[in-house]
Design a protein around this ligand. Structure first.
Ligand code: CP
Ligand code: NVA
Length: 300
């Protein structure tokens, strides 16, 4: 049966590690200039309802490096659910291309694409999850810390899609999570109900204490622009700045999925500081997504 990657819950622990191994091999090949055209003649359709730098460029570049081709479909092209239904779009795409990646507003849209497509569908961000980001982040942590065993990650800020995917990953992998959000901005309730290794707090200082990684993301996600001004006030005490980092360990690494709103959720001194690994994280989007596409193409 074809496999999709819509939520972190779609992968088992051993499958995540298989994908990490594949990403490591593909990254080495790319660095050494060794050809790895594993998806020769394959086509990826990239459906976007929202803007993107990293997701678009890494999927398209990744497909080129794998010997295939990627088609960018802008928000105005398909107009999922408006110009035609999501199931119809999925059934059409399945007749032409080999993989679909979609960045959507409602999670149901990417879920419906997957249910109606006969080819693998990848979630390139929805309002519920951002699983490709979290795979890149976990792969980066393994590179820096050698393993995910005994790692504590403090997530500071909004309980959003990125935070939900971390919670799912934490359940699967046993990663310890400490999440600090303002009251009322906690992650998804269903994810909280399932959480096994997550501690929730409203105190960012308590969260960063003893953490190996401090992670943050924007306070207003795409689609929440109207709430941005109000959120800036609510989230101000959750800024990842030098003062907050004083409460963390000396060697704590700093991560951010990017784009960063510098001066809001993170300050220049921290994102440009010696513990920041945000661009390694961004680079790894390329390697891990190549591995995800190859791995999904191998499942039947
Ligand atoms: N982190 C991330 O998904 O970036 P883009 O929104 O630029 O794709
Ligand atoms: N939470 C952010 C992530 C951007 C990559 C958003 O959804 O806009």
């Amino acid at each position: 049966m074809k496999r999709d990657f819509i939520t972190m819950f779609d992968l088992k622990k051993e499958e995540i590690h298989q994908i990490f191994e594949l990403a490591k091999t593909l990254k080495n090949s790319q660095k050494k200039g060794v050809e790895h055209r594993i998806l020769k003649y394959k086509t990826l359709a990239m459906v976007f309802e929202k803007p993107s730098l990293r997701t678009r460029v890494t999927f398209e570049t990744g497909m080129t490096q794998l010997g295939g081709h990627a088609i960018y479909l802008a928000p105005s092209d398909i107009q999922l659910g408006k110009r035609e239904t999501v199931p119809d779009a999925a059934k059409n795409l399945s007749r032409w291309v080999d993989i679909v990646m979609a960045r959507v507003f409602a999670h149901k849209t990417v879920d419906d694409l997957a249910k109606n497509a006969t080819i693998p569908v990848i979630n390139g961000l929805s309002d519920l999850e951002h699983p490709c980001q979290i795979m890149a982040d976990l792969f980066t942590i393994v590179e820096k810390k050698e393993s995910l065993e005994n790692i504590t990650l403090a997530y500071i800020g909004d309980g959003n899609n990125v935070c939900n995917s971390f919670m799912a990953a934490s359940n699967i992998l046993g990663l310890r999570l400490k999440i600090a959000t303002p009251a009322g901005y906690e992650p998804n309730k269903n994810y909280i109900a399932k959480a096994k290794y997550t501690a929730l707090t409203n105190d960012p200082r308590a969260a960063v204490k003893d953490a190996d990684i401090v992670y943050t993301d924007v306070w207003a996600s795409m689609g929440q622009e109207k709430e941005a001004a109000q959120r800036k006030e609510v989230f101000a005490p959750f800024q990842v700045n030098a003062e907050l980092m004083k409460h963390a360990k000396e060697d704590t690494l700093v991560m951010h999925c990017l784009p960063a709103h510098r001066g809001e959720e993170i300050t220049d001194e921290v994102i440009d500081g010696p513990h920041s690994i945000v661009f390694d994280e961004a680079e790894n989007r390329l390697h891990i997504q190549k591995a995800i596409m190859v791995w999904l193409s191998q499942q039947h």
